[in-house]
Design a binder for this molecule. Structure first.
Ligand code: TTP
Ligand code: CA
Ligand code: CA
Length: 634
C-alpha cells in the first residue's frame, strides 16, 4: 500500500527522464541505415514473427503497437524493419541495452542526485543545480534562452497558438514569477542542456518531465514524446490532476484504483478532492488514506534516491503453450541456464561495483492437472543467496521443488510450468574499509591476505553470502525499485515491483567454544555448515513470497539484529526496509570470539555491536523458524 511521506518544506526541482523507443534507438545506433525508418525490436521467439517489445515513432504512425506480433506489424506497415533482440543461452540477452542505459545515466547524473528507475529512465533531483543557476546566471533575456529549453511544453500555457515558443521563452524569464516557478524554469533549462548532451554523446533522444516532486515529473514525462520535455508549474497542478484518470497513476493501476472507481465513484485524481482525509483513511487505512488525500493535491514527499545501479538482478523465461515445462529435468535445464546468467551478472556487479546480493528468489507460473488456470498460485520462494553458479543452480532447484510441493498440495497430479525466473535481491555495498573482512571471503583455507581488488573476485565455491553471515530476516516492503528481469519470450523490465520475501533465520548458537586465531574463519564457516545441516534436516531453508505471510514469519521479522551495512550508520532498529543492509544476528557475535580475532577485524566488528534491543517474546514462539515453518507437510 502506498505511504504518504511528508512534503519537504523547501521547494524542490525534480526531473523524470525516459528514453524514447529505447531498444529501437540502441539498434538504430548499431545499424544507422535503420534511422528514420519504421523499425521494431522483436523478442526471441519466431511464432508469428515474434512479439514486439519496442516500436519506433515512425512505425507507430502506421498503427504498429508493442502488443503486436511481427506478422501483424508487417500487415499494417509493410516497410517495417524487425530486429531481433540479441540471444544468449536460448533467451534474450539485454546486456547491450543495459549498458546503453548506463551511458545515459553517466551523463544525467552529472547535475545532481540521480536514481536509476528502470533500464531506460531516471529521476534527478536538480534542486541545488537550479538554485545555483538562479543565483549565478538566472535566465533574464527571452532571446538568449537556449533553443531546446524554448521548445519545452509548460502546462497551463497555450500550446496550440503560433506563439508557443515565444510564450515559453517569456515564461522561463518571468521576473514576477514566484521563487518556485523561477527554480522550475532553471530546472527546465538544465534538463534541456542534459538532453542535448545525451544526444550528442550517445545519439539517443529522450523525453522528460520537470516538476516539484517525483510523482508529477513522472506523470508528465511521457506526455509529449519523442524528444520533448514538459514542465508542471504549481499553478497548473490542480487542473492537470482534475482530468487525470486514476489508473494513470502507477500505484492506482490495480485493486486500489478499481476500488476507488467502484466503491467511491472516483474516476479522476481530481475526484478525490471531494473526500476528507478522515473519510479516505476510514476506507483505506491511515497511510493509504493520507496518501490519497495528498496526491489529490499534487503533494508527494518521496525523495530521489542516490542510486545509479539496479536494486536487484533477475532473469526469467516464459514457456507458452506447447513449450510449457512438464518435468523436473526440463525445469532443471532451464534453471541452470538462468542461474548461469544470474551468476555472471552477480559476479560482474561484485567486481565492478563491490556489491553483494543477499537473497535468491524463485518465481514461477504453473498449472496442474487439467485445470488450465489453476486457482492456486505457485508460491514464490526465497533463501539466502550463495555465490557461485553451481550453488545458485542447486538452490534454485531446491526452491522450485519446495514451491512445487506446496503448489501440488500433496496431490499426485500432472503439472506444467509456463514461466520461471530467478531474482537476486537485497543487494548492498560492501562497506568501504571492509578490506580486512574481504580478505577472509576467500574462505577458511585462504590464509593469504589478498588486496581488496583481488579479493573482490570471489571464487565460485566460497560464497560471501554465507561466509559473511548474511542473515536476512525482514520482509521487503513495496517500494519503487529498479529491478531488471529478462525474459526470453516476453521480455519485460520490472520496475516498482516488490518481491516480498521472509527470509530464513539462522538458529542462534553458542560460539564460545570456537578458539584460535582463525576463529573468524571458523565462526564464519560454522555458520555455513549450520545452514547446510539445516538444509539437510529440513530439505531447505527458504521463505515464501507474497500472500503467504504467517505469524511464524512475522515473528522472524522481529528477530534481534544489528545492521552492518555502513559503519557510520549503525543502528539496531529503524526502518530496515529502505536500506540495503547486511544483517547479523547479535547472538552470533560472541565477545570472547571477537577478542581472538585479528585486530583489524576486531575493530570492525566491535564498531558494529550496540546494546541489543529488548527481545520481543514473539521471537521465542515455538515453530518460529522459517525452516520449520516450511518443512514439507506430510
Ligand atoms: P518503455 O520506456 O516502456 O518504452 P520505449 O522506450 O520503447 O518507448 P517510449 O518512447 O514510449 O518510452 O520501455 C523501455 C524499453 O524496455 C523498451 O524499449 C523495451 C523494453 N520493454 C520490454 O522489453 N517489455 C515491456 O513490456 C516494456 C514495457 C518495455
Ligand atoms: Ca522509454
Ligand atoms: Ca521507460
Amino acid at each position: 500500500m502506498p505511504v504518504a511521506r511528508p512534503e519537504p518544506q523547501e521547494p524542490r526541482v525534480i526531473a523524470h527522464v525516459d528514453m524514447d523507443c529505447f531498444y529501437v534507438q540502441v539498434e538504430q545506433r548499431r545499424s544507422p541505415e535503420l534511422r528514420g525508418q519504421p523499425t521494431a525490436v522483436v523478442q526471441y521467439n519466431d511464432w508469428k514473427g515474434g512479439g514486439l517489445i519496442a516500436v519506433s515513432y515512425e512505425a507507430r504512425k502506421f498503427g504498429v503497437k508493442r502488443s503486436m506480433r511481427g506478422d501483424d506489424a508487417k500487415r499494417v506497415c509493410p516497410g517495417i524493419n524487425l530486429v531481433q533482440v540479441p540471444v544468449a543461452r536460448g533467451k534474450a540477452d539485454l546486456n547491450l541495452y543495459r549498458s546503453a542505459g548506463s551511458e545515459v545515466v553517466a551523463i544525467l547524473s552529472s547535475k545532481g542526485k540521480c536514481e536509476r528507475a528502470s533500464i531506460d529512465e531516471v529521476y534527478l533531483d536538480l534542486t541545488d543545480a537550479a538554485k545555483e543557476m538562479l543565483l549565478q546566471a538566472p535566465p533574464d533575456s527571452p532571446e538568449q534562452i537556449f533553443e531546446e529549453a524554448a521548445k519545452s511544453n509548460i502546462l497551463g500555457l497555450p500550446s496550440d497558438d503560433g506563439d508557443k515558443e515565444k510564450n515559453v521563452r517569456a515564461w522561463l524569464c518571468r521576473v514576477d514569477a514566484d521563487y518556485q516557478d523561477k527554480l522550475l524554469a532553471c530546472g527546465a533549462i538544465i534538463v534541456a542542456q542534459l538532453r542535448v548532451r545525451v544526444l550528442e554523446e550517445t545519439q539517443f533522444t529522450c523525453s522528460a518531465g520537470i516538476a516539484h516532486n517525483k510523482m508529477l515529473a513522472k506523470l508528465v514525462s511521457g506526455m509529449h514524446k519523442p524528444a520533448q520535455q514538459t514542465v508542471v508549474p504549481s499553478s497548473s497542478v490542480q487542473d492537470f490532476l482534475a482530468s487525470l484518470p486514476v489508473k494513470k497513476m502507477k500505484q492506482l493501476g490495480g485493486k486500489l484504483g478499481s476500488s476507488l472507481q467502484d466503491d467511491l465513484g472516483v474516476d479522476t485524481i481530481g475526484d478525490l478532492l471531494s473526500f476528507t482525509e478522515e473519510k479516505l483513511q476510514e476506507c483505506y487505512g491511515v497511510n493509504t488514506g493520507t496518501w490519497l488525500w495528498k496526491i489529490a493535491r499534487g503533494i508527494s514527499g518521496e525523495e530521489v534516491e542516490d542510486r545509479l545501479l539496479p536494486k536487484s538482478h533477475g532473469c526469467g523465461k516464459t514457456f507458452p503453450g506447447p513449450k510449457a515445462l512438464k518435468n523436473n529435468t526440463s525445469v532443471k535445464g532451464w534453471l541452470d541456464q538462468l542461474c548461469e546468467e544470474l551468476s555472471e551478472r552477480l559476479q560482474s556487479d561484485l567486481n565492478q561495483n563491490k556489491r553483494i546480493a543477499q537473497t535468491l528468489t524463485l518465481h514461477a507460473r504453473a498449472s496442474k492437472g487439467n485445470e488450465r488456470d489453476s486457482v492456486k498460485k505457485f508460491p514464490s520462494k526465497s533463501c539466502p543467496l550463495r555465490y557461485g553458479t553451481g550453488k545458485l543452480q542447486e538452490d534454485a532447484m531446491k526452491l522450485f521443488e519446495s514451491g512445487l510441493h506446496d503448489f501440488l498440495d500433496s496431490q499426485n497430479t500432472k503439472w506444467s510450468i509456463t514461466s520461471l525466473s530467478v531474482i537476486a535481491s537485497k543487494i548492498f555495498d560492501i562497506p568501504s574499509g571492509t578490506s580486512s573482512i574481504l580478505k577472509y571471503i576467500k574462505g577458511p583455507n585462504s590464509t593469504a591476505a589478498p588486496s581488496l581488488s583481488d579479493s573482490s573476485s570471489i571464487p565460485e565455491d566460497q560464497p560471501p553470502g554465507n561466509n559473511l553471515y548474511v542473515t536476512p530476516i525482514h520482509e521487503e516492503q513495496c517500494e519503487p525499485s529498479f529491478s531488471e528481469k529478462e525474459d526470453g519470450d516476453s521480455v519485460s523490465v520490472i520496475s516498482a515491483k516488490q518481491y516480498p520475501a521472509n527470509e530464513g533465520k539462522r538458529t542462534p548458537k553458542k560460539l564460545s567454544e570456537v578458539k584460535g586465531t582463525s576463529s573468524i574463519l571458523k565462526f564464519l564457516s560454522r555458520g555455513q555448515s549450520t545452514i547446510h545441516e539445516k538444509r539437510k534436516a529440513d530439505g531447505l531453508i527458504c521463505s515464501q513470497g507474497p500472500g503467504s505471510s504467517s505469524q511464524a514469519n512475522k515473528a522472524e521479522e522481529h528477530g534481534r539484529s544489528i545492521q552492518a551495512a555502513d559503519r557510520s550508520n549503525i543502528n539496531s532498529g529503524g526502518d530496515q526496509s529502505t536500506s540495503n543492509t547486511w544483517m547479523f544476528n547479535i547472538e552470533d557475535i560472541d565477545p570472547s570470539v571477537v577478542e581472538e580475532l585479528p585486530p583489524e577485524i576486531q575493530r570492525e566488528i566491535q564498531g558494529w555491536i550496540r546494546p541489543p534491543k529488548q527481545a520481543s517474546t514473539s521471537t521465542k514462539r515455538r515453530g518460529s523458524t522459517i525452516s520449520s515453518y516450511f518443512a514439507p507437510k506430510n
